[in-house]
Design a protein around this ligand. Structure first.
Ligand code: NAD
Length: 279
């Protein structure tokens, strides 16, 4: 057994890699992805930049697969950091897959790593600005998303009633934020913090799918009109995550950080209000 601190990255795309580079020096980085080849591509890039890595195929939407990831990760030393940057978007997947991976899977991941995260550890979950476009939910629904037994989440009547992929994604991302609040109370008992980051459009392969998918025109207009006038970069999300996972972020837990160039502000109160009609 190698006794390095371990960083676990689930979803080895651009956002995940940007975060891992900032927190992974001198540690062992476990690169986990549904597609083993994605994990290997990331491993090659990171190994060539001086990081120590291992790869493991993992399906965020399966508890068995997450348990195998926990077991693999602990072989290298104490798990200090968890980064969840895996997910599927509304143009990529069905309602059932979005709910299974983004909503249920994230809840399982937080539950299982919350049992083994080490003292002084920290985690971040990549949620989305999309969750900030749902109006406030009834308090009872908030509570059900936050604290229901994980295996009950997909049976909640208002979740079962979802029929379109955008709604599935929005509820999943809202659930991520609420679940992080609940898990912060458990992670805190182990001396660890957990937070979520809700990015706006960040240029990655996933965003590029959206920019070339059925909603492309809408995305481009939204970027033109948002206060920043542009999309974000994985590194800007990485900088936020680095702060939250650093010694300066120890008093921050159970919080969500919107990083979207002002897009959400504009959606509710500015030039992007027209989107409320269609979304
Ligand atoms: N890119 C954006 O504009 C944007 C904006 C807001 C939120 N997000 C969120 O950021 C996260 C990462 O997205 P990205 O833009 O870096 O995309 P990406 O496509 O670069 O990376 C996503 C990775 O997740 C993996 N993945 C998909 N399903 C999985 C599963 N079931 N189990 C394990 N891995 C799986 C993919 O194989 C891929 O490597 C997602 O949760 C997404 O919802 C992205």
């Amino acid at each position: 057994m190698n006794n390095k601190d371990v960083v676990v990255l689930l979803g080895t795309g651009s956002i995940g890699q940007a975060i891992a580079r900032r927190v992974g020096a001198g540690k062992h980085i476990v690169l986990a992805d549904l597609k083993q080849e994605n994990a290997e591509v990331a491993a090659k890039i990171l190994e060539n930049a001086g990081f120590e890595t291992s790869t493991v195929a993992t399906d965020l939407g399966s508890r068995d697969s997450i348990l195998k990831l926990v077991e693999h990760s602990q072989k290298f030393g104490p798990v200090k950091n968890l980064i969840n940057a895996a997910g599927v978007s509304p143009s990529q997947a069905s309602v059932a897959d979005i709910l299974r991976v983004d909503l249920y899977g994230t809840a399982v991941l937080l539950e299982e790593f919350g049992k083994i995260i080490s003292e002084g550890g920290s985690g971040v979950v990549i949620s989305s600005q999309s969750g900030h476009r749902l109006p406030a939910l009834p308090e009872e629904q908030n509570e059900q998303l936050a604290v229901s037994a994980v295996e009950e989440l997909l049976n909640l009547p208002f979740i079962k009633a979802i029929t379109d992929t955008l709604k599935a994604y929005q509820y999943s991302k809202r659930c991520n934020v609420l679940r992080v609040m609940y898990e912060a109370t458990r992670w805190g008992k182990r001396g660890a913090t957990i937070n979520s980051i809700s990015p706006g459009i960040i240029i990655t392969p996933l965003a590029n799918d959206e920019l070339h998918g059925p909603r492309a025109e809408g995305y481009l207009k939204m970027l033109r009109l948002c206060p920043a006038g542009r999309a974000g970069t994985p590194d800007e999300v990485g900088d936020m995550a680095e702060f939250l996972m650093s010694s300066r972020g120890r008093w921050i837990s159970g919080s969500d950080f919107l990083i979207d160039g002002g897009t959400t502000a504009s959606y509710w109160y500015g030039d992007l209000q027209y989107l409320k009609v269609t979304h």
